[in-house]
Design a protein around this ligand. Structure first.
Ligand SMILES: NC(=O)c1ccc[n+]([C@@H]2O[C@H](COP(=O)([O-])OP(=O)(O)OC[C@H]3O[C@@H](n4cnc5c(N)ncnc54)[C@H](OP(=O)(O)O)[C@@H]3O)[C@@H](O)[C@H]2O)c1
Length: 230
């Protein structure tokens, strides 16, 4: 993406924070969305991964605005879904169909169901995907699925590994939307962005998560990525 853009980032945990901070660093205007800003800013404790309370992150990023999901969706010319996959449809509904209509929604969420413990299961797979569920629920929005196969840190700094020589997948129904998202990914440092096709390809990239989760356990680090060798 060549020009500065207004982005709404829905999600206040590590992915939302990481993407928002990188986008702001790249001189885009950013609003982070949450269910209730007052509640989120009042949380006193670090999360289970040791990330500091949101208000600490907010103080470190004074140029980034904070609003409700609806306010952030309205603010963004382009919107990122960085909400918990099991809650994404609810979060996007509260953002509002009208606020998302006519916009690109970059969906980085994974439909991970932790209700039976670790590792989580996929709540939808094989014949459907979260990306498709979102696209069906928001037909006036152009959903582009990407970045869900790496951890938050690698999303915005792929050159941490192999000087960036690894693969990022992308899919969605609209070629022009994917071209814009590919440009954004390139501005993060991604060099090998592979367009897998329409949004049904989200089945494949979401189903990479069971492999990703087992590899995390085997390697004892989340800092790894997939590479298509050809
Ligand atoms: N962690 C990673 O490195 C990584 C990597 C790739 C993909 N992903 C995917 O990226 C997404 C974000 O991951 P994350 O670890 O940053 O955060 P997360 O804990 O999965 O999700 C946090 C966000 O989900 C919202 N949320 C939770 N329950 C909700 C509900 N019942 N209704 C509406 N919204 C709800 C929270 O809203 P509030 O702000 O109101 O609390 C918060 O903004 C997930 O789908 C995850 O699978 C994560």
């Amino acid at each position: 993406m060549q020009n500065a853009t207004k982005l709404g980032v829905l999600g206040t945990s590590v992915v939302g924070r990481t993407l928002a901070a990188k986008l702001a660093e790249l001189r885009h205007s950013v609003m982070v969305g949450t269910r209730d800003p007052a509640v989120t800013l009042a949380r006193p404790n670090a999360d289970s991964f040791g990330n500091p309370p949101f208000k600490v992150w907010r103080e470190q990023h004074p140029g980034i605005e904070v609003g409700t999901f609806s306010q952030a969706a309205a603010y963004g010319e382009m919107v990122v879904n960085a909400t918990s996959g099991m809650s994404s449809l609810d979060a996007l509904s509260s953002a509002g169909h009208d606020k998302l209509a006519g916009k690109i929604l970059i969906d980085v969420a994974n439909p991970l169901d932790f209700s039976r413990g670790m590792p989580p299961n996929l709540s939808v797979c094989n014949t459907d995907s979260l990306g498709e569920q979102i696209q069906r629920a928001f037909p006036k929005t152009s959903v582009v699925k990407t970045l869900n196969t790496v951890n938050a840190s690698l999303m915005v700094a792929p050159k941490q590994l192999a000087d960036g020589a690894h693969t990022m997948f992308m899919c969605g129904n609209d070629a022009a939307s994917k071209a814009k998202v590919a440009a954004l990914l390139e501005s993060f440092g991604w060099q090998d962005v592979v367009d897998l096709g329409d949004i049904t390809s989200a089945r494949g990239t979401e189903m990479m998560l069971p492999v990703w989760l087992r590899a995390w356990g085997a390697l004892q680090t989340p800092n790894f990525s997939f590479k298509l060798v050809r």
